[in-house]
Design a protein around this ligand. Structure first.
Ligand code: RIB
Length: 294
């Protein structure tokens, strides 16, 4: 039977504009195609895991405002257990301003209520978790609270996955509590500056490589797995979709590379649509896409 996926993380509203290039200092540049979308790395991963077939519980914080209310109802509609999403008073919900240039994005984030997540939230969230359940988290909440979550999850015997995004070297001391760390190339370069991640971390490592696929290092062996070319519209939440899909197959007991291939296929599909959560595919589309790949 599939294990439950516990995701502690951020919940944002994304304000997105397409631009021909990144504006320079003092420049007003005309963009186009403005839209808002539900986002936040934690929430995106929760939505991905739910749409891709997982049983998902999420812990996080929103503000007492319209963005927070809408984000919460949307997560509920996805079938995610939101019992441990707390509404914090006196702070705005997390907001990300995203500029998309040629399919790639630049993100400016105001953490807002995401900064209110605390150790007590984690304790309440993990109270019912069982050994073998999956714990997945990222770094858009306070780094030591995320680290506390990794430690508590490990103590409970959960399978602990860290997506260190955005990279913050303050998380390094918590690596020993992780079974699997999943950075992208930029995050990997920051976290591995002195070889800490590749030489001293004993767990498994998956580095996502954008249109080049991913590499997986397990038991001292590294394997690079390419992904299929797609017409990229917007890469926002591709990494989150990868992590959500990976977590689902890990919860089903799949071997690591197979789980990552599923996450990678889901991420490729997410790149073909715009927005964060609007771009996340459902399981049947991913399986169909993987069949075509063969
Ligand atoms: O990973 C993409 C996400 O990063 C966006 O949805 C945005 O909210 C930021 O958190």
């Amino acid at each position: 039977m599939s294990k439950t996926i516990y995701i502690a993380g951020s919940i944002n509203t994304d304000l997105v504009i397409r631009a021909p290039y990144m504006p320079q200092k003092g420049e007003t540049l005309k963009g186009s195609g403005f839209f808002t979308a539900h986002g936040g790395k934690g929430a995106n991963q929760a939505v991905a895991a739910a749409r891709l077939g997982g049983t998902v519980r999420m812990c996080g914080c929103v503000g007492a405002d319209l963005f927070g209310e809408q984000a919460l109802s949307s997560l509920r509609r996805e079938g995610i257990d939101v019992t441990h999403i707390r509404t914090a008073e006196g702070v705005p919900s997390g907001t990300a301003v995203i500029v998309v240039v040629d399919g790639d994005n630049r993100i400016l984030l105001d953490s807002g209520a995401n900064a209110c997540l605390c150790a007590q939230d984690i304790d309440a969230f993990l109270a019912e978790a069982e050994a073998g359940d999956i714990f997945l988290t990222q770094l858009e909440n306070p780094v030591d609270v995320v680290g506390y979550g990794l430690k508590r999850a490990k103590e409970k015997g959960m399978y602990v996955i860290l997506n260190p995004a955005p990279a913050d070297r303050g998380i390094e001391k918590y690596f020993p509590y992780c079974d699997l760390v999943v950075p992208n190339e930029t995050e990997y370069a920051i976290l591995d500056e002195d070889g800490a991640l590749s030489s001293r971390f004993g767990g498994d490592l998956i580095v996502t490589l954008g249109e080049k696929g991913f590499s997986c290092t397990s038991a001292g062996k590294t394997r690079t797995v390419p992904c299929r070319k797609v017409d990229v519209v917007d890469t926002t939440a591709a990494g989150d979709t990868f992590c959500g899909g990976l977590a689902v197959l890990c919860a089903e007991g799949a071997e690591l590379v197979r789980a990552a291939k599923f996450g990678s296929a889901a991420a490729s599909l997410a790149c073909t649509r715009q927005g964060a959560q609007p771009s996340v595919p459902v399981r049947s589309s991913v399986l169909e896409f993987m069949k075509e790949e063969r």
